[in-house]
Write a protein of this length. Structure first.
Length: 729
């Protein structure tokens, strides 16, 4: 749960008689039928929620426990955790500890899970119990055991790791911080022994599990230092400091020397890696905001000034200086910095805010030109329109604000952020009825979590019909991997892809169990897209099974993404190199969203590109923020990356701005897609997942994937599968 359910606790006064009869009724039905019922389960969860709100935690714990029985499965860790919290708040420690001790045996218990338990105020009543320390020790030992087992599953057998006594010593010293400090001790031994690849895999596995920790990033930096890659070493050391100081800003003790310690650590990185190092723009901006809230205006000003010196082209640096002057009551200076921030953020001309500047004409013309170059429609982004509109509104430039908000509501009629901002404007401009109407619509839309998170979904309206399917009987079977917490699944964002393959005659099944000889029986093609294995990486034994299956004649489509490291070991096992790169940018062909045209020789020569006839020939493929891959010797490059492309590593985890990225070197023939034979089988690897999806954002109907007009991504997907299944040679 992570935080207290309620700040104040008092006995419930509402009668629970009706709740009691409902629970008895549902449990009786379960005992009679012996079958779980999802509707009854959902009803109990709603009842549990109602009881928690009434602070009747004992009844809530009982209802939640019955719900687990009704679900017909062994309680998950999250369920045990929730029940333990309820028993703790109810003052029933025996039942709470019963759940926690069961949780302490979990094979996927991590240090983060333990940290959540140790810091959860819902469990405060248990801290006085002697069993609390025993439970903590068991959890620390189990977490470390799980971590070592994870390393062994990917082929790293150093030894059994630290002893029980060592783990408990680390845990008692500085709790989680001390444990993570020692997490990669075996990897340090491997580095000293010259076992560089093993050391890298060990550290990368722990980094996958704990990407937002100081020590895991620092250790990856030390690995790159050991192999003399000073640029990547700098990036990871800088990321390590980002997380270290991001957490220390609000720490009462550590924040006392925040500036001194931060800049001293960055000076150390500069000496260590030979790369100039300064704190990231967003980290200092965050610190400035926090110090302003605390009333430390002098410290905030000095940090904001230093941020501007280090990042003169950074919009956040200018925005936080604006915040400072607003706090000090200097509206003129605040406005100047806000204006400069907006110009930098959206790459606008210096005279954009000048009187007489044709704002709406400029914005529309700019994005029409960009759409022409890219080959598909591109609207001005929501943050740009709302920021422009709000700026004009605050400056009391009603006419300019109206033009921007009219444009915004026309382009994004169902975007809650746009509607809310526009509603505020129309009310202030005297059109109260329209303002209230837009704000009401914004509130309704904002209740949908997809709108709040701006999460794309499968575009089910996209046309996936195939006029002449390649197969009509005894058709190949495609197994779509869903056993590794994949971001894309055959029933999720890749549903249009799966249905497109079905319409071409193929049978598509969902692979929801680990790869094994049995699971691959009667399968012709395996598709793996963006695995996000909770325990780090796909186990070595599964990779071995997959390799042997392809060598014997199977076919494999592997798709990674700009931020996906979990598939790295699978790629490498097939000879595909996925260098440590966050993004690949092509300044001449769309920057991060790269277009591959046949007209300028930016497509390879392969059956997948050529098709069976002219109607199937690929003329343009669009990718959406991918990373570089390098195929094995003899592989065919489908989507070659030319000299105008640069590979970058992102320093600041929260910003994709160019000023927070570092160019890195990559050796070999770089691409976004390769095809090759592996034994008797075939493999296609793509470096970006959205290109074969068909996604749509609910707020504004913007699209990503095969459904973007002007590209041949749909035919590209068909040609890939036809080549893998032997219908295209």
């Amino acid at each position: 749960m992570g935080s207290a359910i309620h700040e104040k606790k008092h006995p419930a006064t509402t009668s629970m008689r009706s709740y009691f009869f409902l629970v008895v009724l549902l449990l009786s039905r379960l005992l009679v039928t012996g079958q779980p019922d999802s509707q009854q389960y959902d009803s109990l969860l709603r009842l549990d929620d109602a009881l928690v709100k009434k602070e009747d935690y004992k009844q809530a714990a009982m209802v939640r426990s019955i719900a687990m029985r009704l679900a017909g499965h062994t309680p998950t860790n999250a369920e045990r955790y929730s029940i333990a919290c309820r028993w703790s708040l109810a003052g029933t420690p025996d039942s709470a500890f019963g759940q926690l001790f069961d949780y302490a045996k979990a094979a996927d218990l991590s240090f983060d899970d333990v940290n959540d338990i140790l810091t959860d105020s819902d469990l405060d009543t248990l801290h006085r119990e002697p069993r609390w320390q025993e439970m903590k020790n068991k959890m620390f030992i189990q977490s470390y055991k799980n971590f070592i087992n994870l390393q062994e599953s990917v082929g790293i057998n150093v030894n059994r790791g630290a002893s029980t006594a060592e783990v408990l010593t680390w845990a008692s010293a500085l709790s989680m911080d001390s444990l993570l400090h020692h997490l990669n001790d075996p990897a340090k031994t491997l580095l000293k022994q010259g076992e560089l690849k093993k050391a890298e895999l060990f550290i990368r596995t722990s980094l996958n599990d704990y990407p937002r920790k100081y020590y895991t990033n620092r250790d990856m930096g030390n690995y790159y230092l050991a192999i003399k890659d000073s640029v990547r070493s700098f990036v990871y050391h800088a990321r390590a400091l980002f997380w270290k100081y991001w957490l220390s800003v609000n720490d009462t003790e550590k924040s006392k020397t925040f500036e001194t310690d931060l800049y001293k650590d960055h000076q150390h990185i500069s000496r260590l890696t030979g790369h100039p190092s300064s704190p990231t723009e967003s980290l200092i901006a965050f610190a400035v905001t926090q110090f302003l809230r605390k009333g430390s205006t002098e410290r905030a000003f000095e940090l904001a000034k230093k941020n501007l010196e280090d990042h003169p082209g950074g919009f956040r640096a200018h925005q936080t200086m604006s915040e400072y002057y607003k706090k000090m009551g200097d509206g003129v200076k605040a406005d100047n910095y806000t204006m400069r921030s907006l110009l930098l953020q959206f790459n606008l001309p210096d005279d954009f805010f000048s009187p007489g500047f044709k704002t709406s004409e400029y914005i529309l013309s700019r994005y029409e030109t960009l759409a022409e170059r890219m080959g598909f429609k591109i609207n001005p982004p929501v943050p740009m329109l709302t920021a422009m509109g709000n700026y004009f509104l605050n400056k009391k430039n009603t006419e300019a604000a109206r033009l921007v908000f009219d444009m915004a509501t026309s382009l994004y009629p169902d975007h809650p952020v746009v509607l809310n901002a526009a509603g505020r404007f129309y009310r202030s401009a005297g059109d109260t009825a329209r303002g209230i109407e837009l704000e009401k619509k914004a509130r309704i839309l904002s209740r949908d979590p997809l709108f709040v998170a701006y999460v794309p979904v499968a575009d089910t309206s996209y046309d996936i019909k195939v006029n002449n399917p390649v197969c009509t009987e005894n058709c190949p079977v495609i197994l779509f991997d869903e056993a590794h917490n994949n971001y894309h699944t055959a029933t999720g964002r890749y549903l249009p892809f799966a249905n497109l393959m079905r319409n071409d005659g193929f049978t598509v099944s969902r692979g929801q169990t680990p790869f094994s000889k049995q699971s691959l029986t009667k399968v012709n093609v395996v598709v793996i897209v963006s695995p996000n294995v909770p325990t780090g990486v796909i186990p070595k034994k599964e990779i071995t099974v997959l390799n042997e299956w392809v060598k014997a004649g199977g076919s494999l489509l592997m798709i990674t993404d700009h931020d996906n490291e979990r598939i790295y070991s699978v790629l490498e096992s097939f000879g595909v190199i996925s260098p440590d790169v966050t993004y690949t940018c092509d300044t001449l062909h769309g920057n991060f969203n790269i277009s591959f045209f046949d007209s300028d020789h930016r497509l390879g020569d392969h059956p997948i590109i050529n098709g069976r006839n002219e109607s199937e020939k690929i003329h343009r493929v669009q990718t959406f923020t991918g990373r570089t891959i390098i195929g094995p010797p003899g592989s065919a490059i489908l989507l070659p990356l030319g000299p105008s492309t640069t590979d970058y590593l992102q320093v600041d985890p929260f910003m994709r701005a160019m000023n927070e990225m570092v160019p890195v070197k990559v050796q070999g023939l770089r691409s976004h897609g390769v095809a090759f034979r592996f034994g008797k089988g075939k493999v296609v690897t793509l470096s970006e997942a959205a290109q074969l999806s068909a996604q749509i954002f609910p707020q504004d109907a913007s699209k990503t994937g095969m459904n973007v007009t002007g590209s041949d991504n749909r035919q590209f997907a068909l040609n890939i599968m036809r080549w893998l299944t032997g219908y295209l040679d």
